[in-house]
Design a binder for this molecule. Structure first.
Ligand code: HEC
Ligand code: HEC
Ligand code: HEC
Ligand code: HEC
Ligand code: HEC
Ligand code: HEC
Length: 382
């Protein structure tokens, strides 16, 4: 029997905690990291017959959340999306299976998480964590199959279509789940140290919806999934200022932007944000803008306390990724987008916001935990 087979996930993982910490620390040094492509022994992740000594091979974490599954599984995998990307027993958010297989964790059912991330091993990754939607209730994240039941407040994606297209109705059904947003390509090349695009399986596998190849997100991927984001160590998000029509299958102008991806299901929150739309955004804002440049005037020219230094609490997107990973924010060019304010998996705050909006954002007071002040730099106590 190979190492790991037949062992409980807790044993498997405890064994690698030390290694995991070492790998993470090693990566804080910067260049030359293992990239987004999966690495390590095939047996970490695949089983050929799901049988050893006549017994089913222990797969990991198939019984967390609302769904209980038995192998054998498709693509000869030892677990499914939720199973591999869950740390069932601990609060670490990157788990090492040995041999270089580092798994980014999106669900820690026991919590104990650090938010916002500060580089400790229990820091939530860029997308947030499904702990809060499972533990605190439906408003704290996307309700996803295998973790949560169908949202009790929302019968479809707010701002989106209400046609019978399942991923626009709920991501908590067997045909949607994680793959309602991600179409995985775990063995494709990675874009670390460069731009991740179609040839790499798109930024964080956000592309090829419904099996087509007509849209995908580009970006630059932080090798530690922003477990330790700083002004010059972070994901680089793609934005666009072309006024595209998110509800259309026509990808013209969408510019492979992350905001166009969210708006694919929440279209009105982009397509009806200004009363001069469609066509232009020269009128009044009737919803908060997304995929619009920060003006290089007024309070917006003073992003992050007038420093114009990148702040991972309220990130901006770039229209051109060739600038690479930089701490420089350029008002007039850089872009407000859905992820300036939201975490796609979930957060400790309602509407999966990146910060405590009702508690921390009080006009006329200073609070560095309020992301609104990062762009609206004169609405605090100055
Ligand atoms: C057998 C374990 C396993 C299974 C099953 C699995 N993943 Fe992964 N996944 C991994 C590992 C390991 C990585 C990290 C690859 C790397 O080093 O960047 C990863 C990375 C990812 C990433 C981040 C990619 C990036 O750019 O860093 C996403 C998104 C993802 N997986 C989604 C999914 C979805 C959706 C499913 C189900 C369809 C799934 N995974 C099934 C192990 C797994
Ligand atoms: C760290 C986990 C991990 C390791 C290690 C791993 N795989 Fe995979 N593999 C996956 C996941 C997850 C998928 C799911 C499909 C996808 O994302 O494309 C996959 C899919 C596949 C597929 C079908 C899709 C494709 O890209 O062809 C093959 C074949 C495959 N793996 C072979 C291997 C072999 C051979 C090894 C060892 C040399 C290996 N894998 C090691 C996680 C892993
Ligand atoms: C509503 C769409 C959506 C759903 C549903 C979703 N994800 Fe994600 N996921 C994203 C986005 C967007 C990112 C990129 C976040 C970033 O870079 O800021 C991401 C990032 C990731 C990453 C990289 C780690 C990180 O936090 O950046 C992994 C791994 C991942 N997702 C796995 C999953 C798994 C497993 C599921 C199902 C349990 C899932 N996702 C469901 C949108 C989604
Ligand atoms: C594949 C379709 C789909 C995509 C893509 C998608 N969403 Fe959603 N979203 C939904 C559905 C369905 C709901 C309602 C059910 C729920 O909350 O899970 C929802 C709910 C939400 C909510 C409210 C959560 C609550 O329960 O109150 C927010 C906020 C949100 N989405 C933000 C985003 C952001 C930001 C992105 C881009 C990273 C995104 N969504 C991408 C389908 C989608
Ligand atoms: C400036 C910050 C900000 C930006 C940018 C932003 N949102 Fe929101 N979002 C919020 C706040 C705050 C709420 C809480 C409800 C409200 O104030 O209207 C919210 C609520 C939501 C909801 C829940 C609505 C409901 O009925 O429960 C969804 C869905 C959502 N946003 C999606 C998006 C999408 C998609 C984008 C990008 C097109 C986006 N948001 C951009 C701040 C933002
Ligand atoms: C990443 C930067 C960014 C963040 C974070 C942000 N905003 Fe904005 N906001 C903008 C931009 C850019 C505009 C449009 C400015 C323009 O076109 O003149 C805007 C417009 C607005 C407007 C309309 C102003 C008008 O003239 O009609 C309001 C109100 C607003 N934001 C409130 C908020 C609140 C509340 C938050 C926190 C939940 C927030 N914003 C977070 C960048 C941001």
């Amino acid at each position: 029997m190979r190492r790991g087979e037949g062992e409980s996930p807790a044993v498997l993982r405890a064994r690698h905690v030390v290694l995991s910490v070492m790998v993470v620390l090693g990566c804080l040094g910067g260049a030359g990291n293992a990239g987004a492509k999966v690495r390590g022994p095939c047996s970490n992740c695949h089983t050929m017959h799901n049988s050893q000594n006549g017994a089913a091979i222990m797969t990991f974490n198939l019984h967390v959340g609302t769904v209980s599954k038995q192998g054998p599984l498709g693509q000869l995998l030892r677990s499914d999306c939720v199973g591999c990307h869950t740390n069932a027993s601990g609060s670490d958010t990157i788990v090492d299976l040995g041999g270089g297989s580092r798994v980014p964790i999106v669900f820690n059912p026991n919590g104990g998480l650090q938010y916002p991330p500060d580089g400790n091993a229990n820091s939530v990754l860029a997308g947030g964590n499904f702990y809060w939607v499972a533990h605190d209730g439906d408003v704290y994240g996307h309700n996803v199959y295998g973790i949560s039941g169908i949202d009790s407040n929302l019968s479809h994606a707010p701002g989106g279509f209400t046609c019978n297209n399942s991923c626009h109705m709920s991501l908590a059904t067997p045909s949607t789940g994680c793959t309602g947003c991600h179409v995985p390509h775990h063995h494709k090349d990675d874009g670390v140290a460069g731009v991740t695009g179609e040839g790499d399986g798109w930024y964080r596998f956000l592309g090829d919806p419904m099996g087509s190849s007509d849209f995908g997100v580009t970006g630059i991927e932080d090798p530690n999934w922003e477990q330790n984001p700083t002004k010059d160590q972070h994901n680089v998000y793609k934005g666009t200022t072309t006024v595209y029509i998110a509800s259309s299958v026509d990808t013209t102008g969408k510019g492979n932007a992350i905001g166009a991806f969210c708006s694919g299901c929440h279209s009105k929150f982009h397509d009806a944000m200004n009363n001069a739309q469609p066509g232009s955004v020269s009128g009044d804002w009737i919803r908060h803008p997304s995929d619009v440049a920060l003006p290089n005037s007024g309070e917006y020219s003073g992003y992050n306390n007038g420093t114009d230094i990148y702040n991972p609490l309220a990130p901006v997107a770039k229209p051109d990724l060739s600038v690479g990973v930089t701490d420089v924010v350029v008002p007039g060019t850089d872009i407000v987008m859905c992820l300036s304010c939201h975490r796609p998996h979930g957060s400790p705050y309602p509407d999966m916001l990146r910060w405590d909006y009702p508690g921390a954002c009080v006009a006329g007071t200073a609070n560095s935990n309020c992301g609104c002040f990062v762009c609206h730099s004169t609405k605090d106590d100055e």
